[in-house]
Each structure stands twice: as structure tokens, then as C-alpha cells.
Write a protein that binds this ligand. Structure first.
Ligand code: MN
Length: 129
């Protein structure tokens, strides 16, 4: 079964770009448009890794992470934030919140898969192409 990555992003263009790139890299991609939908997807489908936007309607990335980490079935799954870092101190805030790492927007197609895969255990990474 192929490795599953859940992408949570309210911007449709960003979501489709992430999906396209990760699928091209050989991953199965699950998507959600806000944190609440992301939690439902994670509980149902148990992704191997989560890539989450921070600013989203309904439930933002920080609240999503807090609830995700409070769920003993999900808490050990790595979660990466993807953010535009528009405010000073954003990177510190992200790491203090307990994200496993972060990537800066805009997504760079040439390096995105590699950057995301770095957070997967080696056995779950697809072969480089
Ligand atoms: Mn957003």
C-alpha cells in the first residue's frame, strides 16, 4: 500500500499544486480544506504524514495540531506546517506549537516532494525519480 500524505489547505490552487506534486512523486494524497475536515480525514484514513496550512477558516492549523496531538491514535504522526511567514516570529511560533517542521510558501515545485519526504521514515519514502 502506498504511503498516504494528508494535505490540509484552504486555498484551492495551493491544494491542487501540492496534490499534483506529491502524486507525481508516487504518494497517495488525501485532502482537506480546514482543520476540522483534516481531523475527520486523519481519524478515518490514518495518513503517514500531514502537511497543513496555518491560516484556514473553521479551524486553523494551530488548533488542528493541538487536537491532533491530543488524540492518542494520531499523536505520533508527523505534521509539517506550510506557511507564508508573513509575521516576524512566525517560525518560532510554529516550532513552539509542536509542529515537526515547516516549509515556506510559495511551494517550490522542484524541491517540494523532497522537503516533505524528509519527514517520513525512510521505509515510507518513494524512490527518487
Ligand atoms: Mn490558508
Amino acid at each position: 500500500m502506498s504511503t498516504r500524505i494528508l494535505v490540509i489547505e484552504d486555498n484551492a490552487a495551493n491544494l491542487e499544486l501540492a496534490r499534483y506534486l506529491l502524486e507525481a512523486g508516487g504518494y497517495t494524497v488525501l485532502t482537506a480544506e480546514d482543520g476540522e475536515e483534516g481531523l475527520r480525514s486523519a481519524r478515518r484514513d490514518r495518513p503517514d504524514l500531514v502537511v497543513s496550512d496555518l491560516q484556514m477558516p473553521v479551524m486553523d492549523g494551530f488548533e488542528f495540531l493541538a487536537q491532533f496531538r491530543a488524540d492518542e491514535e494520531l499523536c505520533s504522526i508527523p505534521v509539517i506546517a506550510v506557511t507564508a511567514f508573513s509575521m516576524p516570529g512566525d517560525a518560532t511560533k510554529v516550532m513552539q506549537a509542536g509542529f515537526d517542521g515547516y516549509l515556506s510558501k510559495p511551494i517550490v515545485p522542484e524541491t517540494f516532494i523532497e522537503q516533505v519526504a524528509a519527514y517520513l521514515p525512510p521505509s515510507l519514502r518513494t524512490a527518487p525519480r
